[in-house]
Design a protein around this ligand. Structure first.
Ligand code: IPE
Ligand code: IPE
Ligand code: MG
Length: 237
């Protein structure tokens, strides 16, 4: 990576390809998820080292409950271990951790662990790491609309006063600037319900690399690509 490269303020990643990574090695899919969790941990270190201010990672979608029970259960086990590991990373690197998505569907101990890590890291300032679990862009917008409707019904808000900011500030990502760069690994080129409101003006980077293989070199390539883009935001330059 050129030293002159600007580092995106906010990177949002769809980690994909854990299953295929395992399959290629004749391993069960769950081994791919375990490797994928290690890659997430490393990615938090890498982004903090490069000076990224916000990193958001898609760990489990509202649609991923459709997977076999065995795989969902294995993923829940990985989250339990991973949240503990993340606590160590957050302390070492002064990282604030936030979780987005609808959390009431998780087991009580996972919900408690999420609340704890958010509380313990809330004053950390080097980077904000946002982990999305049971996250779906449409679900997030639906929940935001419900919150806004309740405010209108309660007389706190006039219909005519609803702005784009009202919507942004009722999403799970309230207060977080929109992503500048969106990365998806494993060759798929779709959003799969990822941050559909927030990615309105992000640059998209797709790579065939499978998520467990996405390390610092690959991250630097994505940032280099981002630096080659001309962001016009609808204007003329
Ligand atoms: C991404 O890897 C992790 C999750 C969606 C939980 P996949 O499990 O989707 O891996 P592939 O796409 O089957 O290879
Ligand atoms: C998107 O990956 C969800 C996460 C990375 C958590 P999927 O592998 O579930 O997406 P599809 O099924 O290929 O669209
Ligand atoms: Mg996948």
């Amino acid at each position: 990576m050129e030293e002159s490269n600007r580092v995106p303020n906010h990177i949002a990643i769809i980690l994909d390809g854990n299953g295929r990574w395992a399959k290629k090695r004749g391993l069960p899919r769950n081994m791919g998820h375990a490797e994928g969790a290690k890659a997430v941990e490393q990615c938090v270190y890498n982004c903090a080292d490069l000076g990224v201010k916000y990193l958001t990672v898609y760990g489990f979608s509202t649609e991923n409950w459709k997977r076999p029970d065995e795989e969902v259960n294995a993923l829940m086990k990985i989250f339990r271990v991973y949240i503990k590991k993340l606590m160590g990373v957050a302390k070492k690197k002064n990282v604030r951790v936030l979780m987005i998505g609808e959390r009431s569907r998780f087991a009580p101990d996972i919900q408690e662990a999420i609340e704890e890590i958010e509380e313990v890291t809330k004053n950390n300032t080097t980077m904000t790491f946002i982990f999305a679990i049971n996250y779906g862009g449409r679900d997030e917008i639906t929940r935001a609309v419900r919150k806004i409707a309740a405010k209108v019904k309660g007389g706190e808000l006039e219909t005519g006063d609803i702005t784009e900011d009202t919507i942004s500030s009722n999403l799970d990502t309230a207060g977080v600037p929109d992503p500048d760069l969106m990365i998806r690994t494993s060759g798929e080129q779709r959003l799969s319900n990822w941050l559909i409101w927030q990615l309105a003006y992000a640059e998209f980077y797709f790579t065939d690399i499978l998520w467990p293989d996405f390390g610092m070199e690959e991250l630097k390539k994505a940032i280099e690509y981002y630096n080659g883009r001309d962001r016009r935001f609808g204007a003329v330059k």
